[in-house]
Structures are given as structure tokens and as C-alpha cells.
Design a protein around this ligand. Structure first.
Ligand code: ACK
Length: 497
């Protein structure tokens, strides 16, 4: 503003400008601003604003924007002095990436292929990983496999020869997964090794095959010797885990998607002859009946200790289905930190689920009984085992929903295993599960059913959004239970509090 003396002074707050102008430029990646173009919308409008507020929509994700706000009045066009703008720079949040559009296959062999793809056209953030979903074209898409990788390429192995496979790739940023790409199909070869270029001669091929065989033999010998030398059960546990670190992971199949749930039991659980089982004593009571310890002696195998869950007499069809669903779920898992299913008895009564025996029972009671007796390293070891089991479950897309120390079992080597995989049972049987109401959730009306409030993530309590992320919340509560030797989360506060 200039007022008589020709010396400019700031106007202060008492003067009002009309209209106001807002201009906008963005910087994407580079530090140089570019005009935003026409895709952006202003409400109420971009120019001639009268109020000091404007909403801007349709901005790009993960992009720096600089807004300049100009105040103009009736004499602005004639003013010789350059006008001053207020400018503010903001960065928009990350969003899910756009789909991957171009996938290429190379080195196709009988059992493997190397895939590569380009980055999504709009990454909308920092790409954290890619997920490749694939399945045989002729098979139901339900039996797909998933592989995760941070690179823009993946070697897919374990394929069947002369089979058409369908691949989809999607990317993930901190904001979540984008959509899968369009299907990409190709057929595996019938020849035993990758197609070799015309120039390759048979000597080179022979030398490489012989070399590979020798290498394989050396590897097997080293492996066998190192296994024999290893005396520690921990080392055994770690190598067991390594078996599960290979990137292609099966996906869990919900037994309730089967028209006939007995079919899922047949598919995922081995039928055991009742004569192979010796029940010794009752160790607890479950929702469906007694839990016993005993012994299992299968023909040609050594006798092992087992836990036996029984289905009490007078059960309904639904109870039988729910009871056996736990076996159909457990039977799909194979991990040192997940309770192992030995099999089921369904052909005679009582119907039974047979699992490995865990000498130290539930983790919560075990910790309370041994208050103060472990080193921090041992407690963290317990948590590491549980985390490893839960990572396996989340890789298989299984959401536990009821992770708590009471649902972890401990064996004589202090190895912890995740248990309790029932479906409807998960939230009905647990004595900690409470019915949610509007007062508990604070915002949302519950849709019925019970939830173990103290262990459950807010979004799962509020609107039943159970995901691997809500399992991670529960894992946090389990960490607290373990480090406090089985204290009750939030002590004597009510669920309401
Ligand atoms: O705390 P606990 O001794 O451990 O009491 C409960 C009881 O059965 C009812 O669930 C125990 N339990 C369940 N599964 C097993 C198992 N696989 N090995 C040992 N104990 C088990 C649980």
C-alpha cells in the first residue's frame, strides 16, 4: 500500500480486498514447479473469491503443491509495485498405486518362469512391494498362490509342465494395495530345461548339467552333516522355519466356502482310526466337550503324545460342522509356531480332533505360574515365535481374530504355538468375548456377536473390520501380557472404560 509519502507500508488487517485470487502449481518429484493443468477442482471457485476459504479436490497423491494466494483490489491492475502473494506448500498423502500394466515372461521352462513388469503409471507413493497372484487357468481361481517381492521381477517356481497359468500383479504403498493388473497368461514348456538360444552347444549344456548335479550332491552332503552335528532343538526349530521362508505361499481356504463342509474336512484333515488313540486323562473343558491328553500310535510310526478334543454327545449338525471346521483350518497350516493337526476321528463316536501335545498348556496360565523366572531374552524369544506363526498366518491370508496369550500353547522346550482356529467359535467360545453395544463402540452399532474387547483393535470393535492389521494390534496386547508375566490387559478397568 502507498499512502502519500511514497514509502510503502504493510496494510495491516483493517483493509479488505475483493476479489481474492488463488493460484496453484505443483512439484512432482523434481523441485521445479509445473502448472497443475485442468484436472483440479476448486470449491466454490479458483478466482474472484470473496471469502477466505477454498476447497481443492482431485489433487494427485504423494505430490508437493504450492498454493499462492493473491489479494487484489480495484487499483491492483494500475499498481506499479509488484504484488505480494502468500504461498503455502503442502504434500498430499500417499494413495494406493494404479494397476501394473505391462508384464513380460522370459526363461520359461517346464516348472518355472521369470516375470518382470514396469512400475505402475501412477505409483501414488513409495512402492513397498509387489504381489504376484497366479493360478492354473483350468483350475478354480480359489486355489491361487501369492508371491511377494520388492523387485519388479519374480522367479515363479513349482509350476506344472504344459499348463496355462494366469498371473496378476499389484503394487503396495503405505496407503495399501492397488488393483491387480489385467490377467497375463502363458503356458509352461514340455522340455526339461529353459529354452537355450541357437548358439548354445551341447557340450556347454552337458558341462552345466554335470556341474549342477555335483553342486547339488555337495549341498546335500553339507546339509546332512550339519544336521547331524546340530544338537540343539533351537537350531532345529530355526531350520524348520527357514523351510517356510520361501516366497511362494499357499492361501488359506475357508472351509465354510465348501458346499459340503465335510468335504473340507476330508481334504485338509487325515482320518485316524480310533484304535490308534489311547485317551489318558482329561486336561480341560472346551466349548464342544472335554479336552484330553493321550497317545497316538499310527502303523509304522512311533508313539507320540497328543491332545484330544472331543465333541460331546447330543451335538447338532451345526455344532459338528463348527467343531470340525477348526481341523479343516488347522490342517492347512504347516509351521513350527502353529499347532499341528495330527488328524480327526469322524467315522465313530466321539468325534475327535487330534493335535500335538503341548506340555506347558496355555501361555497366560504358564506365565502366571512362572512369574519372574525368565530372562528378557527368553520372553522376547516367546514373542518372536508367536510373531513368526502370525506372519505365516497373515501370508496365508488367514485372520485369527482372537490372538491372546490364552490361545497360545507352550511345549516343554518353551516353543510357543498359535492355536484356536474355530470360525464362529472364535468369538463365541472365548470367555473374554463380550457383546459389543453402542456404548462400548462409542460410534457404531454392533451387528451382533461377541468380541474380546481388551485384545481387539478399535476398528474391529467398532465395525468388525478384522484384518491382519487388527491381528497386529492383538499381538501388541500379547507382547504386553508376556512382558508382564500374564497380567490382565488394562488390569481391572471395565470393558466400557
Ligand atoms: O491351559 P491349559 O492347560 O491348556 O488348559 C487348556 C485346556 O486344554 C482347554 O482348552 C489345554 N489344551 C488345549 N490344547 C492343548 C494341546 N494341544 N496340548 C496341551 N494342552 C492343550 C489348554
Amino acid at each position: 500500500m502507498c499512502s502519500g509519502q511514497r514509502v510503502c507500508q504493510p496494510c495491516g488487517n483493517g483493509i479488505h480486498y475483493s476479489p481474492q485470487q488463488l493460484s496453484l502449481r505443483s512439484t512432482r518429484g523434481q523441485r521445479v514447479c509445473q502448472p497443475c493443468g485442468n484436472g483440479i477442482h476448486y470449491s466454490p471457485q479458483q478466482l474472484s473469491l470473496r471469502s477466505t476459504r477454498v476447497s481443492i479436490t482431485d489433487l494427485q497423491a504423494h505430490t508437493n503443491y504450492t498454493f499462492e494466494i493473491w489479494a487484489v483490489n480495484g487499483v491492483s491492475p494500475q499498481s506499479p509495485a509488484p504484488q505480494q502473494a502468500v504461498s503455502v506448500t503442502v504434500t498430499t498423502n500417499q494413495a494406493a498405486p494404479s494397476p501394473v500394466s505391462s508384464i513380460q515372461a522370459k526363461d520359461i521352462s517346464r516348472h518355472a518362469v521369470s516375470l518382470s513388469w514396469t512400475q505402475p503409471e501412477r505409483p501414488n507413493g513409495v512402492i513397498l512391494e509387489y504381489e504376484v497372484k497366479y493360478y492354473e487357468k483350468d483350475q478354480n481361481e480359489r486355489s491361487y498362490r501369492i508371491m511377494k517381492t520388492v523387485a519388479r521381477a519374480a522367479d515363479i517356481k513349482g509350476l506344472n509342465p504344459l499348463t496355462i497359468y494366469v498371473f496378476h500383479v499389484r503394487a503396495r504403498t503405505a496407503a495399501g494395495y492397488g488393483d491387480f493388473s489385467n490377467p497375463f497368461e502363458f503356458m509352461t514348456n514340455s522340455v526339461p530345461s529353459p529354452i537355450i538360444g541357437d548358439g548354445a552347444n551341447s557340450t556347454v549344456l552337458l558341462v552345466s548339467v554335470v556341474g549342477s548335479v555335483i553342486l547339488l550332491l555337495v549341498f546335500i552332503a553339507v546339509f546332512v552333516i550339519s544336521r547331524r552335528r546340530s544338537k540343539y532343538s533351537k537350531a532345529k526349530q530355526d531350520s524348520d522355519e527357514e523351510k517356510h521362508l520361501h516366497p511362494g505361499v499357499r492361501i488359506y481356504v475357508d472351509p465354510f466356502t465348501y458346499e459340503d463342509p465335510n468335504q473340507a474336512v476330508r481334504e485338509f484333515a487325515k482320518e485316524i482310526d480310533a484304535s490308534c488313540i489311547k485317551i489318558e486323562k482329561v486336561i480341560g473343558i472346551g466349548e464342544f466337550g472335554e479336552v484330553c491328553s493321550g497317545r497316538l500310535k499310527m502303523p509304522g510310526k512311533r508313539e507320540i503324545c497328543v491332545a484330544i478334543k472331543t465333541l460331546k454327545a447330543g451335538y447338532t449338525d451345526k455344532q459338528r460342522r463348527d467343531f470340525l471346521s477348526e481341523a479343516s483350518i488347522m490342517g492347512q497350516f504347516d509351521h513350527p509356531n502353529i499347532i499341528r493337526l495330527e488328524g480327526v476321528v469322524t467315522k465313530c463316536k466321539p468325534v475327535m480332533i487330534i493335535t500335538e501335545y503341548m506340555e506347558n498348556g496355555s501361555l497366560d496360565a504358564f506365565l502366571r505360574k512362572n512369574d519372574g523366572r525368565f530372562t528378557v531374552i527368553q520372553l522376547v524369544g516367546i514373542l518372536r515365535g508367536i510373531a513368526s506363526g502370525m506372519k505365516y498366518l497373515s501370508d496365508m491370508s488367514y485372520v485369527h481374530r482372537d490372538l491372546a496369550a490364552r490361545n497360545i500353547l507352550v511345549n516343554s522346550n518353551l516353543v510357543c504355538k498359535v492355536s484356536d482356529f474355530g470360525m464362529s467359535r472364535v468369538l463365541e467360545e472365548d470367555p473374554e468375548a463380550a457383546y459389543t453395544t453402542r456404548e462400548i463402540t462409542g460410534t457404531y452399532q454392533s451387528q451382533g456377536g461377541k468380541i474380546p474387547i481388551r485384545w481387539t483393535a478399535p476398528e474391529a470393535i467398532a465395525y468388525r473390520k478384522f484384518t491382519s492389521a487388527s491381528d497386529v494390534w492383538s499381538y501388541g496386547i500379547v507382547m504386553w501380557e508376556v512382558m508382564s508375566y500374564g497380567e490382565r490387559p488394562y488390569w481391572d478397568m471395565s470393558n466400557q472404560d
